[in-house]
Design a protein around this ligand. Structure first.
Ligand SMILES: [Zn+2]
Ligand SMILES: [Zn+2]
Ligand SMILES: [Zn+2]
Length: 385
């Protein structure tokens, strides 16, 4: 497993790296010209990120961590199925205190708060030198050159990198042991984030199906599986031919009816019902070994239909409020029920992410149209100007 850690200055990247090194036996990898402070544990150094990528690929069963991931690194590393990008953020006032502490320990000059904020903005959004005039300037040092912190060689703003991470850590903790406890909970080394188990895979698919829901009450998705193959999917909403629930199709759901009440006036089909109808009794029936995955524990109405159609096992992610009663119904009918909640992570792969070309950097979000126009008129290859 290879973990890349990204985040702004003094957010806690190295504390996370050190945690992985000391607690999970990871090896720390760094660049010879790294802008990060050196570490006092064993590390392997590389001249380029390409060399680092080759090294970890040849040893992909071992565990590595680096804080030297930028736009180019992400493009190289994300292609590999053993790579995980972790981003860490912390309140800027806390990060500034850490910066001051660190400078005092190392006998270096610290930045003032305003300068720290400006440097932070420059690094996060990769604002070019000539456009940095839009930022508040420090009246105490108006002519100080605006250097960029860690993105000098990469055009991809740190903000973009962080938004592409698989896992995000909000480090507002008072102490290192508290951060460690958060990391233990996150279970960073869980390989499910690299290649999901069947349970996680089908639970993610039911989450995806839930995205199609049109019910005003909640979004539920369901997947029917036989021999690790999907045989039907379903989500909740009004039946075909009726107006969608979220377009006013079901009066009960559109009223502020409390959860679980007024169901006799509800026109919405449940995700489990839709999936069972879609599959048909022939394909679900007893002895077929069908497993039903649902992002929410089934309601009683669905539970009795699940029993009647002969589903062998039900796996759910979130509780619904009457789980104990449902568990009794399933137990009596001989339907296995269990909970499986996958680790938190983002699902989009973004493998196509490439280092942002400076000519399209405006598309990444921060630049206004004025700046884009100025850029366009300076670019001899831009035929639209
Ligand atoms: Zn509805
Ligand atoms: Zn309804
Ligand atoms: Zn239901």
């Amino acid at each position: 497993m290879f973990i890349g850690i990204t985040g702004p200055l003094c957010s806690g990247k190295h504390t996370v790296a050190q945690y992985l090194v000391e607690k999970h036996n990871f090896t720390y990898l760094t660049l010879t010209d790294s802008t990060h402070p050196s570490v006092d544990y064993d590390c392997v150094r590389f001249h380029t990120l390409k060399e680092m990528q080759i090294y970890v690929t040849e040893r992909w069963l071992e565990n590595f961590v680096t804080c030297d991931v930028d736009g180019r690194g992400l493009w190289l590393f994300k292609k590999r199925p053993f790579f995980l990008l972790v981003s860490i953020e912390a309140p800027i006032s806390v990060r500034f205190q850490r910066h001051v502490q660190r400078c005092q320990q190392n006998g270096e000059n610290e930045l003032g708060l305003l300068e720290f904020v400006i440097q932070n903005d420059l690094a996060l959004f990769n604002i070019p030198e000539d456009d940095s005039t839009m930022l508040i300037t420090d009246p105490m040092s108006p002519s100080r050159p605006r250097k960029q912190l860690s993105t000098t060689q990469s055009h991809t703003p740190l903000y973009t990198l962080m938004s592409l991470s698989d896992v995000t850590i909000a480090n507002a903790y008072q102490s290192v042991p508290q951060l460690h406890a958060c990391l233990d909970d996150l279970d960073l080394t869980n390989h499910e984030r690299l290649r999901p188990s069947w349970d996680t895979y089908f639970m993610h698919l039911s989450d995806l199906a839930a995205r199609r829901s049109n019910c005003m009450k909640r979004r539920v998705g369901c997947i029917l599986v036989r021999d690790s193959r999907v045989i039907a999917t379903g989500y909740n909403g009004t039946p075909k031919g009726l107006r969608n629930c979220n377009e006013g199709g079901c009066q009960r759901c559109n009223d502020a009816t409390p959860c679980g009440t007024g169901l006799d006036r509800c026109l919405c089909m449940h995700a489990e019902e839709n999936a069972l109808l879609e599959a048909g009794r022939e394909r679900v029936g007893p002895g077929k070994g069908v497993i039903l995955y649902c992002n929410t524990c089934p309601c009683l109405g669905c539970a009795i239909k699940i029993v009647q159609t002969g589903v062998k096992e039900v796996v759910f992610s979130k509780s619904y409020g009457m789980d104990d009663f449902i568990a009794k119904v399933f137990a009596e009918a001989g339907v296995k029920l269990r909970q499986h909640s996958p680790p938190s992570m983002r699902l989009e792969m973004q493998v196509d992410v490439t280092e942002v070309d400076s000519s399209i950097i405006g598309k990444m979000g921060w630049m206004n149209s004025d700046v884009m126009r100025r850029r366009g008129s300076q670019d001899p290859n831009n035929h639209n100007s």
